[in-house]
Design a protein around this ligand. Sequence first.
Ligand code: FAD
Length: 478
Amino acid sequence: MMNKEQYIESLRKLKPIIYCNGERIESVVDHPMTRPHVNSAAMTYELACQPEYEDLMTVTSSLTGKKINRFTHIHQSTEDLVKKVKMLRMIGQKTGTCFQRCVGFDALNSTFIVTHKVDKECGTNYHQRFVEYMKYVQENDLMIAGSMTDVKGERSKKPGQQADPDLYVHIVERRDDGIVIRGAKAHQTGMVNSHEMLILPTTNLGPDDKDYAVACAVPVDAPGVIHIFGRQTNDQRRLQGDIDTGNAEYAIVGGETLTVLNDVFVPWERVFMCGEYQYAQEYVETFAAYHRQNYGGCKVGVADVIIGATAAMAEYNGVPNASHIKDKIIEMIHLAETMYNCSIACSAEGQKTLAGNYYVNTLLANTVKLNCTRFMYEISRLAHDVAGGFIATLPYEADYKSPVTGPYIEKYFAANPKVPTEHRIRMARLLENMTGGTALAESMHGAGSPQAMRVMLYRETNLEHKKSLAKKLAKIEE
Ligand SMILES: Cc1cc2nc3c(=O)[nH]c(=O)nc-3n(C[C@H](O)[C@H](O)[C@H](O)COP(=O)(O)OP(=O)(O)OC[C@H]3O[C@@H](n4cnc5c(N)ncnc54)[C@H](O)[C@@H]3O)c2cc1C
């Protein structure tokens, strides 16, 4: 396993092409726009080396028998699924933001399941190939970006019907030594500070979309790969000090990119699906269910910090005992623990797959994420209510530090006399960072838009069974 420093050093050895704000970023580790995201992901390495977190963060590999970081594990039990959720919550409490590594974790486990099924039914040999890749990932403790979401063009049209064929990643050439792919993946969490990306299809496919049925692993610095770093709410504040960023060490969400794949060559040993369009839907749904499981872990860890910041703000404002404030904090706790309950439930109700790993309960996993699309907004709304309007109107850090204006800010932003003004300002900025803009959009669209969960809830629910329960009690015989 790598520790934090080794992970950071391993990134220095890669040479990905990254553009941000009109410039090329030469070192993700040293650049102020990307360093906070490196710090967040590095937490997954740092904690794995601390005895206190050994049980959650590490596990024995089912493939090699060696001790590995849990983020590279193929789940072997429902206990593993539960520990995943607990691990995500614990790390979220420490970073207050996305630490990015779960997307690849979920892509690995879903690929394990789907390659096994495709091989069994089509006589291919993707699974063994993938197992060899998994061993490589585990041995080197790699961070894998989970690359599912295509840019998708006109949403109502299938990949093959688009005006531009490149709006979904597809195979443009099949060679003796591998394939060549073209297209772009959007919203790629943690991509610039990952080692490799695991590409999978983004939607169900038909016979006309064969070339879009592609899964493969690609190094982030492979020839033809270009990353365009996404802009986040208030991200330029990183260049201007630490108070105004709110969470200077760890930033907001996962430092997403638009990753362009310009005729990228992939050798056969890294290709895990090549034309088997019939399995694309199952692949997407399996990945999505694993990924939706996470939101009652990591987002609850983040919510724990928001609740703590809100309770602290109530004290700083001098109203910790007001009954409506307590009531609002109770509501926030209730919403957070409801999300956590659902994540634990979908893990505990998980089952062994034919491939041998464990998979979450799909219906319950979709419930987790659908709750999250609402509850994180409600938690943030309540945090804004309790904190007060100054989280939206605070002056600049530079004015606070200025000898001309600083004393006024110090004097007039004071509230509870026992609390330094700077503490009140820092906590307000943390809440502003964690409850607005980019941070909330992740709760809405990360792991799929709400409608995707609603479709799954309807599909996974046995309505006929429910109707028969009702008819029996109503004494209706048909
Ligand atoms: C912060 C963040 C991090 C992310 N990280 C990753 C990542 O690491 N890897 C990854 O692969 N993806 C990632 N995603 C992508 C995420 O899965 C997508 O944002 C999500 O699936 C929605 O896709 P979209 O953003 O293209 O929205 P759209 O598909 O444009 O959806 C917008 C609206 O249109 C509706 N809609 C879309 N298509 C149709 C249709 N055919 N018919 C009817 N309604 C439709 C949707 O329901 C939604 O209401 C991330 C997203 C965010 C916001």
